[in-house]
Design a binder for this molecule. Structure first.
Ligand SMILES: NC(=O)c1ccc[n+]([C@@H]2O[C@H](COP(=O)([O-])OP(=O)(O)OC[C@H]3O[C@@H](n4cnc5c(N)ncnc54)[C@H](O)[C@@H]3O)[C@@H](O)[C@H]2O)c1
Length: 322
């Protein structure tokens, strides 16, 4: 039986087609290994039994970890992803997930004994996102939780970005989150209950050198999250953001990230970034560390929390957030 972490790490390792430097020693499973169920939780410990969740960007990385943890906690999950290494965008320095990875994520959720729905959809597509939410409602019997997780990074300075790169970042990271939120509102309002979780970043809390479009969009996600929390509170819908620090996914462990920081290796990345991390337990977070908070926010335990941004960042945020 694989641990949750092994199932996710297999994907992170193969997503760029190579074993990723500093991550290599920490990986023990590959995506091509058979998918096994994680250690099951007792029914009484499941936080999301009978709920229905929609997770965007669910083929790999943080989205996949969230989808799996929701499944493990008893939720049926719609896994939505572009599942196209570029999607016609100016992606460089890494690639997005492919359809095989989305299929693996769907299979891994099913292995947890819940229903999974595969949605090969682009969050930039307003109409398609509305239909995706409707399909989740039809096929999974409702919609209680939505996680607007899909995101991209364009690894160029503000000065060096071309128009296409700037528009792509805004289109996925801001418009995609808006499309996701707006698509799920009707059903959540009809149920008079809902949990919406967005993914911002520590880069949404400060300026960042080397990839200016990314922090720009992540600041916007916080504004969107807080405004939606205020609009939707009367319908008993909470809206919160998670702001991760460095997470072991293909986005962070990418040539693009190294290049934007002027670094040569992932070991060097760990050394440089590590100087800013008060907690020294690991050089970076794992996707499951973010999933833990996403499950908490989706659960009854967080029913009175809305409009919040929770940093899961090995303490990095202590330097700049009140
Ligand atoms: N990894 C980190 O260090 C880190 C830190 C802070 C915030 N985040 C945020 O967390 C979220 C997940 O990041 P990750 O590290 O898992 O990245 P990732 O690149 O591993 O996964 C992102 C997923 O989103 C999908 N996606 C991209 N564009 C899409 C689109 N237009 N429509 C549908 N799906 C699309 C990709 O195919 C991929 O499966 C992102 O919003 C990212 O900005 C990541």
């Amino acid at each position: 039986m694989n641990t949750r972490r092994e199932i996710i790490k297999g994907v992170a390792m193969t997503a760029t087609g190579t074993v990723l430097g500093a991550m290599a020693s920490r990986q023990s499973a590959t995506a091509s290994q058979p998918i096994a169920q994680s250690t099951p939780l007792p029914e009484s410990a499941k936080l999301l039994s009978g709920k229905v969740a929609l997770v965007t960007g669910a083929a790999r990385g943080i989205g996949r970890a969230i989808a799996l943890d929701y499944a493990r906690n008893g939720a049926n999950v719609a896994l939505l992803d572009l599942a196209d290494p570029t999607g016609g965008m100016a992606i460089s320095g890494y690639r997005l997930a492919n359809e095989r990875e989305l299929d693996e994520a769907v299979a891994a959720v099913e292995v947890e004994g819940v229903q999974a729905l595969k949605l090969k959809v682009d969050v930039r597509d307003y109409a398609a996102m509305k239909e995706a939410a409707n399909q989740a409602v039809r096929e999974l019997g409702g919609l209680d939780i939505a996680v607007a997780n899909a995101g991209i990074c364009i690894w160029t300075t503000i000065e060096g970005a071309n128009e296409q790169q700037w528009r792509d970042a805004i289109d996925v990271n801001i418009n995609g989150v808006f499309n996701t939120i707006q698509a799920v509102i009707p059903q959540m309002k009809a149920q008079n209950a809902g949990r919406i979780i967005t993914l911002t970043s520590i880069g949404g809390r400060q300026g960042v050198v080397g990839n200016g479009a990314y922090p720009t969009t992540k600041w916007a996600v916080i504004g969107l999250t807080k405004s939606a929390a205020m609009e939707l509170g009367s319908a008993n819908i909470t809206v919160n953001a998670i702001a991760p620090g460095p997470v072991n996914t293909p986005l962070y462990r990418s040539q693009g990230q190294l290049q934007s920081m002027g670094l040569k290796s992932f070991e060097e990345q760990d050394k440089v970034v590590g100087q800013f991390l008060p907690l020294k337990t690991a050089p970076a977070l794992d996707p499951e560390d973010i999933a833990d908070t996403a499950t908490f926010l989706a659960s009854d335990r967080a029913k009175l929390i809305s409009g919040e941004v929770i940093d899961v960042a090995l303490g990095y945020n202590a330097a700049y957030t009140a």
